[in-house]
Design a binder for this molecule. Structure first.
Ligand SMILES: NC(=O)c1ccc[n+]([C@@H]2O[C@H](COP(=O)([O-])OP(=O)(O)OC[C@H]3O[C@@H](n4cnc5c(N)ncnc54)[C@H](O)[C@@H]3O)[C@@H](O)[C@H]2O)c1
Ligand SMILES: [Zn+2]
Ligand SMILES: [Zn+2]
Length: 393
């Protein structure tokens, strides 16, 4: 089959790789019809590169049609339409039953000291082949795939794999009080979806921060007030002016480790990029630093006693954080990979009964798998109006 494969920093290609096969009696094989490119995929072709291997199949936002099932699979049948969550979770262990699928005890990567495996995501998370491909092997066929109805286009359901549950969790963790104000840093797919969910759930005062014109336009069009700068010296006074000098009740960081405006860490990440990967892997695990501009803005901006919700991914082992400031301001901090299945029952009705979140025209680009290298480059460089790409094998 054809698949998007990792070849190095800023280098993805489309290669022919072996077709996946049933290996466990509960496996299913899904023929992929749509598969998103995520901001998390960009980390793999830059900061997280030391944890990747040439030929790894990328992608963790797929949906498609079940083509083959193992002998113990009863929950889905060939022909069923399914979305595949990005966490590989068993659905039956203690963590899964607590709604913490990203910490699944069956797929936890104990040797590496990491949580549940993820599709298409580094040695730290199991090095499992991903879903930017023609076919995908999906384990836990009775509990992992999310069955969705036939009839509506893929766009309606594909974001159930990651974008919508991630943004949903970010908004839940932010816990903006009634009548309160929410600030969303970053208006990429995740931040944009956070603003939509927040407004849908009744938060009236939602502010968004970014500098990319089409991302600002999308947010403005749906009623978010925008701040057109990512510089902390602009963002903090602007949001304080809008909140009686206090700051917002809650801040979502939808940026993560590759923020603009972090010159020191950016230089450190660049310098370390020339080290051999084996050395770099160790360095990252004990001494890695992130570009912390967005997180630092969140800490400064949030009101005293307010909440910061991190959905942006961080990977630094030794990030310096202003703990005195955080403690003194009584900041509450929640974070983590989204627990996709935890939120599916809340989200599914919003996808089947109308389209309140505007997923139908959320994608800016739908392209064949073969165009993945160009689509990755445009998404990374924020060129050609690229906000969300769906690859359609
Ligand atoms: N927690 C999870 O389960 C989960 C799931 C999916 C994605 N993510 C993470 O969410 C983050 C966003 O993903 P995305 O797909 O929207 O990516 P993206 O890279 O398209 O979006 C990031 C946006 O942040 C903006 N930005 C950069 N620096 C900023 C700053 N200092 N202040 C404000 N905005 C700034 C960029 O201009 C960009 O528009 C990534 O870190 C991704 O890894 C997490
Ligand atoms: Zn993703
Ligand atoms: Zn589990």
């Amino acid at each position: 089959m054809r698949a998007v494969t990792w070849h190095g920093r800023a280098d993805v290609r489309v290669d022919t790789v072996p077709d996946p096969t049933i290996q466990e009696p509960t496996d299913v094989i899904v023929e992929i019809t749509s598969s998103g490119i995520c901001g998390s995929d960009l980390h793999l072709i830059e900061v997280m590169a030391p944890f990747m291997t040439v030929g790894d199949v990328m992608g963790h936002e797929p949906m498609g049609v079940v083509r083959e099932v193992g002998p113990e699979v009863t929950a889905v049948r060939p022909g069923d339409r399914v979305v595949v969550p990005f966490n590989i979770s068993c659905g039956t262990c203690w963590m899964c039953s607590e709604g913490l699928q990203s910490q699944c005890e069956t797929t936890q990567n104990r040797e590496q000291g990491f949580g549940a495996s993820l599709f298409g995501y580094t040695k730290l998370y199991g090095q499992v082949p991903g879903g930017q491909a023609e076919y995908l092997r999906v384990p836990f066929g009775n509990t992992l795939p999310i069955k969705v109805p036939q009839g509506l286009p893929d766009d309606r359901f594909v974001y159930l794999s990651d974008v919508v549950p991630t943004a949903w969790q970010a908004v839940q963790y932010a816990a903006t009080p009634p009548g309160g104000t929410l600030l969303v840093l970053g208006l990429g797919p995740i931040g944009d979806m956070c603003t939509r969910i927040a407004r849908h759930l009744g938060i009236e005062k939602v502010y968004g921060v970014d500098v990319v014109p089409e991302r600002l336009r999308r947010a403005t069009a749906r009623g978010t007030e925008v701040i057109r700068s990512t510089d902390q010296d602009d963002v903090v006074p602007a949001i304080r002016d809008a909140t009686q000098g206090r700051g917002p009740d809650a801040v979502i960081d939808a940026v993560g480790m590759e923020a603009h405006d972090s010159p020191f860490a950016w230089a450190a990440q660049k310098a370390s990029a020339v080290l051999p990967d084996a050395v770099m892997e160790k360095v990252m695990q004990v001494a890695g630093v992130d570009r912390l501009a967005a997180l630092n803005t969140a800490i400064e901006a949030v009101r005293r006693g307010g909440t910061i919700s991190l959905s942006g991914v961080y990977g630094g082992a030794t990030d310096p954080l202003p703990l005195m400031r955080m403690f003194d301001k009584q900041v509450q901090l929640r974070m983590g990979q989204a627990n996709v299945w935890r939120w599916v029952p809340d989200i599914l009705p919003l996808l089947t009964e109308g389209d309140p979140l505007g997923v139908d025209d959320f994608a800016t680009h739908r392209v064949p798998l073969e165009q993945a290298p160009e689509a990755y480059a445009n998404f990374r460089e924020k060129k050609d109006g690229t906000v969300k790409v769906l690859l359609q094998p």
